[in-house]
Structure formats: structure tokens, C-alpha cells
Design a binder for this molecule. Structure first.
Ligand code: NAP
Length: 262
């Protein structure tokens, strides 16, 4: 299926690993030229080169921290008028006990998970509306909809982001700008690999075996964690022509872990 976005320009913030990388790869496979940001240069340059070689799309790495104003300026300088904006980051710190969360922890998490996507939308959505076409996908977390004490620093700001993006999406949908959020559960990413590879070593098992056992323990109906390229394909679909009637949604992608009819 041709998603109808060949030749569009996009920004993927946080695209050198995990769900951002899967999303960048899927968009590039559809012929979108991308500016991809991340803080770590070596991995970013390597991943951009791999994606460019595989897809033939123009991929420009920008080493920047998108939680800072300076970082956002550097990214937007490379792509001031994107058609497509995708934003993600590393999962914020896990929190054992809500009483241990200090204001500084909140400021750090808010800067990357809420202020950054809000500022990118503020800088780009109006231009998309004037040009009559745009797509925004923010990659949040299932914890936005299903709160858990351990994910307070991740879930609470994304709940605010979900509220903001839905409100803005209603204003600009008539101008051809479509904004949605994806809310992932557990995926096979570097963060998750790090989380379980020590256990694997200790128990003499492979990472895959430990991950499957964990998925079983968590009662994930699909029986495993998700795949970043499957996820990326959904991001690309929400950035496609076919997304024009899907407005302001927060779509849970968690293998059935959480239980809700709607
Ligand atoms: N992995 C999961 O199973 C899971 C579960 C639930 C929710 N999520 C959510 O899904 C999203 C993506 O998670 P992930 O596991 O894919 O993360 P990841 O594997 O750690 O990848 C994060 C990407 O963002 C970049 N990044 C992080 N902070 C950045 C910053 N300040 N400025 C620029 N780039 C930055 C990282 O590169 P650098 O480090 O080099 O900057 C990397 O490319 C997060 O919102 C997370 O909360 C993930």
C-alpha cells in the first residue's frame, strides 16, 4: 500500500533508537526525507546512514537535546517547514514511591515529555495549516491512560500532552493537519533490553526467553513485547493520506495488556 507521502519532509525527534527509530525507518521507507535528532552522535549518525542506505530517502542527523530551546532551534533550523512531525524520548525514570519525587524530577520529565512536543507543535502546526497539509504523531505511553505509581513521571505529563494535542487537533483538522498520539506498552527497545539482560545473564537464559517469561508474568495477551518496526508502521500510517479522518486520538498499542472496550 502506498501511503501517499513520498517527497514529504519530516522531523523525528528521538529517532536513533527504539520506537523513534522504528518510526523513522517506516517513514523513510515511504519516501519521506527526514531530519532525525538525538543527543548521542555516534548512534545517531550510524542509524541515519543505515536508514538512508536502505531507503534512498534523504536523512539528516541533528545532534541536539530536544528538551532545550537551543536543541529545538538547531532541529528547526534544518527543517523549518516540516510536513510531518514525530516526537519521542527515552522513558522517564521509574519511580518506586510517589513521596520520593522531587520538583526537579518533575521539571526534567516535563521538559522532555510535555514542553518539547508542545513547543515543536507551536513552531510547526500553523505553517502546516497554511500549506493545507500536516501530520503530527507524539509517542507517549500507555501509562497516560492507565496510571501506575512506578510510571508517574512518564504517565502524568503524557496525560497532559494527550489533552493538549486533542484540543489543538480539533482546531487544525479542517486545514488538513492531523494530530494523534500513540501510547505504547512494552516493546523490544534498548531500554527494555537493558532492563532484562542482567536477569538473563544471572539466570543463564537469553534476553528473548526472559522477555517472554516477563510478558507471561504480566499477562500480556499477545505473549511477547512489541516490535519497533510494527510500531513504526503505525506511525507512518498516522502520517499518511489515510489518516485524514483520524483526529485527536490516543491509541494504545500494548499487546492487549490493558483492558478497555474503547
Ligand atoms: N520501550 C518501551 O517498552 C516503552 C514502554 C512504554 C512507553 N514507552 C515510551 O515510548 C517512547 C520511546 O521509548 P523507547 O523505549 O523507544 O526509548 P529509547 O529506546 O531510549 O529511544 C529514545 C530515543 O530518543 C532519543 N532521545 C532521548 N532523549 C532525548 C533528548 N532529550 N533529545 C533528543 N533525543 C533524545 C534517544 O537518543 P539519545 O539517548 O542519544 O538522545 C533515542 O534515539 C518514550 O516516550 C517511552 O516513555 C516505551
Amino acid at each position: 500500500m502506498d501511503l501517499g507521502i513520498r517527497g514529504k519532509k519530516g522531523i523525528v525527534n528521538g529517532g536513533s533508537a527504539g520506537l523513534g527509530m522504528g518510526s523513522a525507518r517506516a517513514l523513510a521507507r515511504e519516501g519521506v526525507d527526514l531530519v532525525i535528532s538525538a543527543r548521542g552522535e555516534e548512534r545517531l549518525v550510524r542509524v541515519c546512514k543505515e536508514i538512508a542506505e536502505e531507503t534512498g530517502s534523504k536523512i539528516t542527523p541533528v545532534v541536539a537535546d530536544h528538551s532545550t530551546e537551543e536543541g529545538r532551534k538547531a532541529i528547526l533550523a534544518e527543517c523549518p517547514e516540516p510536513d510531518i512531525l514525530v516526537g519521542t524520548c527515552s522513558p522517564p525514570t521509574f519511580t518506586g514511591d510517589y513521596r520520593d519525587i522531587e520538583p526537579d524530577d518533575w521539571y526534567k520529565s516535563l521538559a522532555i515529555t510535555l514542553i518539547s512536543p508542545v513547543e515543536f507543535m507551536r513552531a510547526t502546526v500553523e505553517g502546516m495549516a497554511e500549506r493545507g497539509w500536516g501530520r503530527v504523531v507524539n509517542i507517549g505511553t500507555v501509562a497516560a491512560k492507565y496510571p501506575a505509581e512506578i510510571r508517574i513521571l512518564s504517565g502524568a505529563p503524557r496525560a497532559a500532552l494527550a489533552n493538549y494535542t486533542t484540543a489543538v487537533s480539533h482546531r487544525v483538522a479542517r486545514d488538513g493537519v492531523i494530530i494523534n498520539n500513540l501510547l505504547p506498552g512494552m516493546y523490544h527497545t534498548a531500554t527494555v533490553f537493558d532492563l532484562f539482560s542482567d536477569t538473563a545473564k544471572e539466570q543463564g537464559l537469553t534476553y528473548e526467553e526472559v522477555a517472554k517469561a516477563q510478558a507471561k508474568k504480566m499477562h500480556i495477551p499477545s505473549g511477547d513485547f512489541g516490535d519497533v518496526d510494527d510500531f513504526g508502521a503505525f506511525t507512518a500510517l498516522l502520517c499518511s493520506e489515510f489518516a485524514r479522518y483520524t483526529v485527536g486520538q490516543n491509541i494504545v498499542m500494548d499487546g492487549g495488556l490493558t483492558n478497555s472496550t474503547f
